[in-house]
Design a protein around this ligand. Structure first.
Ligand code: G3I
Length: 382
């Protein structure tokens, strides 16, 4: 792969150092088994994030046979959990390293699974590489800012535009208070809107066949009104300014944080969520569920009760979302509880392992799996 890398780099005439490029045609036929088969029957697709790891590592990776078996049973689409982020791809302004991502793409394509790209730009200072936050934008900051962001999007688009059918072009630029976030890079652009517009236009040119997505974690739960409104205002602005954004990615990190019954929680949340989705789809955007999991921190330790509440809450959420035929792709943020990011990020007060995704730590399907089966079966076709 290294030889090809150098040849492609020279052929491209790029001044950048680019390692680890995949060089074969995309072959994408979704496996017709498990959840993806149920999804496919409705014109939808099911998938998950996954990780790169050395062979045999106990991780949520294709290199772990037990985890790979889950991916191959249920998934028609995959997304790297971390390996397509700037921290993973770009150690400094002029060096790219796609080695790990290329291994993941090779796996997905060998198994006939489609690939998403997460994310061309995560606009949150704490998620941007230090070298970018400390970057010297020189005498002409807007020009230099366009160069640094443009090189990233063009490089990824040039080499992977035919292999990544859908990019999260921008991730999380709206704050929970509904404002557009700022950063050293957005200030160099002269403002966040100018930066967002540039990112989407550059992505459209670099990867003209790919779906371009704005991805964020505004949710259906209480306390998200200002957040959802901020996302709507941004999406409206895109339409007014002709910004080529095709879809809204609903991350869908949902969770139960009160003692209320699932039924009463859903009754209290459905109207606002439908109102939000009505407005998004009314503007002509497609929808995706990009990072589904359920935070069970607020639920009792009892596993049977906990799994039941998680499954019921998820089923209600999925039914609402699936009623929008603009939504076709549904990705879980991991297939197995053991490897979920939530184990470290948001541990339970009682220190019990969390149970946020479809398979338990012993790789057995949980009630949440059945909730997905039933939601796909109940979904209208598209
Ligand atoms: O790879 C290093 C490892 O070498 C090192 O020993 C270890 C020590 O902490 O860190 C490892 O990197 C961590 C990486 O996950 C892989 O495990 C990073 O510190 C950690 O910050 C990173 O967290 C990820 C987080 O995004 C930040 O990038 C989570 O795995 C990932 O699930 C999470 O995903 C985000 C989506 O991208 C966007 N939406 C929200 C979602 C959840 O936060």
């Amino acid at each position: 792969m290294t030889g090809m890398t150098r040849r492609e780099m020279l052929a491209a005439g790029t001044a950048l150092a680019v390692n680890g490029l995949a060089g074969k045609a995309a072959a994408q036929t979704a496996p017709a088994t498990g959840l993806n088969a149920l999804a496919a029957a409705k014109g939808m697709r099911f998938g998950s994030c996954f990780a790169w790891a050395p062979a045999g590592a106990d991780r949520g990776s294709f290199a772990n046979p037990a985890y790979a078996a889950l991916l191959e049973r249920d998934c028609g689409v995959l997304v790297p959990e971390n390996e397509f982020k700037w921290q993973a791809l770009r150690p400094d302004a002029t060096t790219f390293n796609f080695d790990r991502f290329s291994d993941m793409l090779d796996y997905a394509e060998a198994k006939g699974m489609a690939m998403r790209g997460h994310t061309l730009f995560w606009h949150k200072t704490e998620r941007m590489p230090r070298w970018l936050n400390d970057y010297d934008f020189g005498a002409d900051p807007p020009k230099s800012a366009r160069t640094v962001l443009g090189q990233h999007i063009r490089t990824a688009g040039k080499y992977f535009g035919d292999h990544i059918y859908s990019f999260d072009v921008v991730n999380e630029t709206v704050s929970e208070q509904g404002a557009l976030r700022e950063s050293a890079l957005s200030r160099a652009f002269g403002g966040t809107e100018a930066m967002l517009d540039f990112a989407f236009h550059t992505a459209r040119t670099a990867a003209p066949k790919s779906q371009l997505v704005y991805n964020d974690y505004m949710s259906w739960e209480p306390g998200n009104d200002a957040f959802r409104t901020g996302v709507l205002r941004m999406l409206e602005g895109f339409k007014k300014r002709g910004v080529p954004c095709d879809a809204l990615g609903l991350q869908s990190h949902i969770g139960i944080r009160s003692n209320d019954s699932v039924k009463s929680l859903v009754a209290g949340q459905e109207r606002a969520w439908r109102g939000f989705l009505d407005e998004v789809t009314g503007m002509g955007y497609q929808l995706l569920i990009t990072e589904f999991d359920v935070n069970d921190r607020g639920l009792p330790a009892d596993i049977e009760k906990r799994d039941r509440a998680v499954a019921d809450y998820a089923k209600a959420y999925l039914d609402i979302c699936f009623s929008y035929t603009q939504l076709k792709d549904v990705l879980a943020w991991g297939m197995c509880d053991k490897y979920s990011w939530l184990q470290g990020f948001s541990p339970r007060g009682d220190k019990q392992p969390m149970r946020p995704v479809l398979y338990d730590a012993g790789f057995k399907p949980k009630p949440l799996y059945a909730a997905f089966e039933n939601a796909f079966k109940a979904a209208p076709g598209r």
